[in-house]
Write a protein that binds this ligand. Structure first.
Ligand code: SF4
Length: 514
């Protein structure tokens, strides 16, 4: 692994302080003044990237220079692991948080690192493979709220409510992008000189402080490469992670919906389809033999995660509705991934995980691309919510690993494999053109009946039957298209023009329904 040559570090060090818009000393002084001026706890968003590293390093050094009796307020460092991060970055951040904990205690600093993860039902694979949400795209970016915002917002919200207010420190800089500048303008002009109110109403008790907002990317590098990292990580290693990757666009710590997109960045999720390719993972593999073990992960991402997925999605949407897109040659807006594709995704993901584990790369030989908890959640969604009585999750697992499925036991479905095969045979005899659809309808009705017997919740039984009938109302896509065209004029004019936006209910609605 190459690192920044010594002479470059020296050159950067010589320049430090001469060219920066605000000198390191001034920022450290400012941090000390803000820190000592009230009793509000601090939350520092840490992504492991250079900007948040620089911010935290400045805060760490500012606190270290204070007399111990003045280091009274807690500084919480939060880092959200989406569980679909580039594994090298995820390991770097996790290691860095561990070192922070040890060093903060040793140095007597009230710095508390926290690794946050999304709740099980918000995780990427549970939604993509379990529910069948299509890969994230511009018009349908369902992931950021679930993977990044929800966990950090909850942490900050709870802390600010318990303490009346809190200060959120972010590593954002001006000049990175017009969008980001706009957000930062919004933060400016506060009643407290260097602090501004957070724009998210859920975080109304939170003040935002951006210590390196006047620095350029070079300023940040100059600082972190010329001063030793106070919690002991090697900033040169961070530099080598950046080496050869995409232009400067670090994934910001996302705390609310006003934050700029996290898709187009080197520290984003490896599954991200907001960008056409994961350039950072490709660059890491290309530039460093030690990282070539990630190739199977990159192959999986490139082959199976794509926004060109029309043909593997149901022509009806999750709620059974059909909706048109386009004026001249209208087409149906497709819904969730079909069962077959979800099963393929799961099998290929498990094969990828097994392949990477078998390569026995130190530190990554137990890599978890998908956890057993997530597999259990997917299994429950497939069987209980989607009525897929084939119960494929354990079968896929056992096929890949040649070991019994290690997840939680589940109530055995009503029908055996032979019964379902028989049902398929009857469906194809009765309606060869739409055999799959007929099979699905019959199986799902049986599943609804089974659930009703199991849970004794008869009151909901009729609603469930209605949902199943609606979701399978059309034999073929042509029939659904003709129906949608014939009823187009009756559709509510106030509905969003982009039907895909409402393809899947937002989190709040789902919670209500649960
Ligand atoms: S990096 Fe991409 S996949 Fe991850 S949360 Fe952001 S937009 Fe979604």
């Amino acid at each position: 692994m190459r690192s920044l040559p010594q002479e470059n570090t020296q050159r950067l060090s010589n320049q430090l302080g001469k060219t920066m818009a605000t000198s390191t000393e001034d920022i450290i002084k400012e941090i000390q003044e803000i820190y000592c001026s009230d009793s509000m706890p601090w939350v520092v968003g840490y992504s492991g990237g250079k900007d948040s590293t620089a911010s935290l390093q400045l805060i760490w050094n500012a606190l270290l220079q204070l007399e111990p009796e003045h280091r009274s307020k807690p500084v919480h460092v939060i880092s959200t692991d989406t569980l679909v991060e580039n594994p090298v970055i995820a390991a770097w951040v996790a290691g860095s948080l561990d070192m922070m904990k040890i060093e903060a205690e040793k140095q007597g600093l009230p710095i508390h690192p926290h690794r946050l993860t999304p709740d099980l039902e918000h995780r990427f694979w549970v939604n993509l493979i379990g529910k069948g949400y299509p890969a994230p795209r511009n018009r349908f970016r369902w992931c950021t709220e679930r993977l990044k915002i929800s966990a950090s917002t909850r942490f900050i919200q709870e802390l600010s409510e318990a303490n009346n207010e809190a200060i959120l420190v972010l590593g954002q800089r001006r000049g990175e992008s017009a969008t980001r500048d706009k957000v930062m303008d919004h933060y400016s002009g506060s009643t407290r000189d260097r602090l501004s109110r957070n724009s998210d109403p859920k975080l109304s008790r939170v003040w935002v402080y951006l210590p390196v907002e006047t620095w350029s990317s070079d300023d940040v590098w100059m600082y972190i490469m010329s001063e030793p990292n106070p919690w002991g990580v090697d900033n040169q290693e961070l530099f080598s992670i950046y080496r050869g990757a995409t232009p400067d666009a670090e994934c910001p710590v996302v705390v609310d919906t006003s934050t700029p997109s996290c898709g187009d960045s080197r520290f984003g999720c490896y599954v991200c389809t907001m960008v056409s390719q994961d350039k950072s993972m490709s660059a890491m593999i290309q530039n460093d033999d030690e990282k070539s073990w990630m190739q199977p992960i990159l192959n999986f991402r490139n082959k199976y995660l794509s926004v060109n997925d029309w043909d593997v999605r149901d022509f009806q949407r999750m709620n059974g509705r059909v909706k048109l897109m386009g004026k001249e040659n209208p087409e149906l807006i497709h819904g969730p991934y079909l069962q077959e594709y979800r099963a393929t995704l799961l099998e290929q993901l498990l094969i990828t995980q097994k392949t990477v584990r078998e390569a026995k790369v130190p530190g990554h030989d137990q890599i978890e691309l998908i956890s057993i908890d997530e597999l259990d959640a997917i299994r429950r969604i497939w069987v209980e919510e989607k009525g897929e009585l084939e119960d494929l999750v354990p079968k896929i697992y056992e096929r890949v690993y040649e070991q019994p499925y290690p997840g939680k036991p589940m109530e055995t479905p009503l029908l055996e494999e032979e019964d379902l095969e028989l049902l398929k045979g009857v469906a194809s005899e009765l309606d060869p053109e739409a055999a799959d659809r007929l099979y699905r309808l019959t199986r799902n009705l049986l599943a609804a009946q089974f659930q009703s017997l199991q849970t004794q919740k008869r009151s909901k039984h009729l609603d469930r039957l209605e949902e199943v009938l609606k979701a399978n109302a059309f034999r073929t896509e042509e029939e659904a298209l003709a129906f949608a065209k014939s009823t187009e004029l009756d559709q509510d004019e106030n509905e969003p023009a982009d039907g895909e936006v409402e393809l899947i209910p937002v989190v709040a609605v789902e919670t209500e329904e649960a």
